[in-house]
Design a protein around this ligand. Structure first.
Ligand SMILES: [Mg+2]
Length: 368
């Protein structure tokens, strides 16, 4: 495959409601899209970095910068380019997994479109639709939270995830359980807001029968998670800590992760995400697909990944209208609590030209 050039495109997508987590509030999703153009096809990749380096050290401007200065030029120097050559070509540059993932995904999409193959089939998907959960942000009151959860359950979501932080944990979980019952699949995500010294407090969540508690401690505190897992009965799931198949294997071996949230952007792309799926499956560890407020482009790829056999828990692969009034692509619509896995070539979806034009704030063409 011969690359002709790479376009970096910034789009600004207003969120239908502000999304608050323990690390901040998002009102608009500032997304970096990567489009690669080859002789046969073009391909899209969505960079999941946020505008500020709070979820992780990456952020949108930095992702654009490293792509422009280092990653795209490295691909230009790669003979016999295909998607499997992207990771090794970018390996000399440390970190920047979200930027790398966007570039690799765009190359993979172009390659699959040229070969008339779907991403789902390429990754090894075994389902035509995937069960969906929803991530519910931190609210200003319990009443507001209960109204939001009622709306998502009415929409058909099969699992509810509550964002928590110190001061917003036991009470909202108790309120949701009391109002909606014990049958609702319910889990919480702390985005690293606690320390292992909070173990006794976090054990107060145990009676509520949660599916899991996600990333309670700092991303580097693997041993702390292993210790916490011995002090609470709620299964510990890691998100931010898992940056590769290697870190997943280590965390599982140390007893720090009973469940893993797989986010392709966080781990450098869909090929590494599949390796994490494989490592977890070999250890009998369930995985599920997280979300980073993706547009339809990133959502399409996540839904394809979530159709692999080891993804046995509902993901944060919500419908388009959970986040956006108008999605970049044909919207993903919840049917019976599920989203359909795109079956067309590549990602199986494309940006709608008029929507793309309306939300674009900048474009930059990098010729090769
Ligand atoms: Mg998380």
């Amino acid at each position: 495959m011969r690359l002709e050039g790479v376009e970096l495109r910034r789009v600004s997508m207003p969120l239908v409601t502000p999304f608050r987590t323990s690390f901040g509030t998002e009102t608009t999703r500032d997304v970096l899209l990567v489009r690669v153009v080859t002789g046969e096809a073009q391909g899209w990749g969505e960079c999941v970095a946020m505008a500020d380096p709070r979820y992780s050290s990456e952020y949108t401007e930095a992702a654009a910068d490293v792509l422009r200065r280092h990653l795209v030029p490295a691909l230009a120097a790669t003979p016999r380019l295909d998607a499997y050559a992207v990771g090794p070509a970018l390996a000399p540059f440390r970190g920047h997994r979200m930027a790398k993932a966007a570039l690799e995904t765009a190359v993979l999409d172009a390659e699959l479109r040229a070969g008339d193959r779907s991403l789902a089939r390429e990754l090894g998907a075994v389902h035509e639709r995937v069960p969906c959960g929803v991530s519910v942000g931190i609210m200003s009151s319990i009443g507001e939270l209960l109204d939001a959860v009622a709306g998502y359950l009415a929409a058909g979501y099969l699992r509810i995830k509550l964002k928590i932080e110190p001061g917003w944990d036991v009470a909202p979980v108790r309120a949701v359980r009391e109002r909606f019952g014990d049958e609702v699949l319910l889990q919480v995500d702390a985005n690293a807001a606690y320390t292992v010294a909070d173990a006794r407090h976090l054990a107060r969540l145990d009676p509520f029968g949660l599916v899991l508690i996600e990333q309670p401690l700092d991303e580097e505190d693997i041993l702390g998670h292993a210790r916490l897992a011995q002090l609470i009965t709620t299964p510990v799931c890691l998100d931010e800590s898992i940056t590769s198949a290697r870190t997943a294997a280590a965390a599982i071996s140390l007893g720090a992760a009973a469940i893993v949230n797989v986010k392709p952007g966080r781990v450098g792309g869909y090929l590494e995400a599949r390796r994490i799926h494989d490592v977890c499956a070999a250890h009998g560890v369930p995985v599920w697909c997280g979300g980073m407020l993706e547009t339809g482009l990133g959502r399409a790829a996540n839904v394809a990944l979530a159709a692999l056999p080891g993804f046995t828990l509902p993901g944060d692969t919500s419908a388009s209208d959970r986040y956006f009034g108008t999605d970049l692509t044909e919207p993903f619509v919840l049917r019976d609590g599920h989203l359909s896995v795109p079956a067309g070539p590549g990602l199986g979806v494309e940006p709608l030209p008029e929507v793309l034009r309306a939300v674009t704030t900048a474009t930059e063409w990098l010729p090769l």
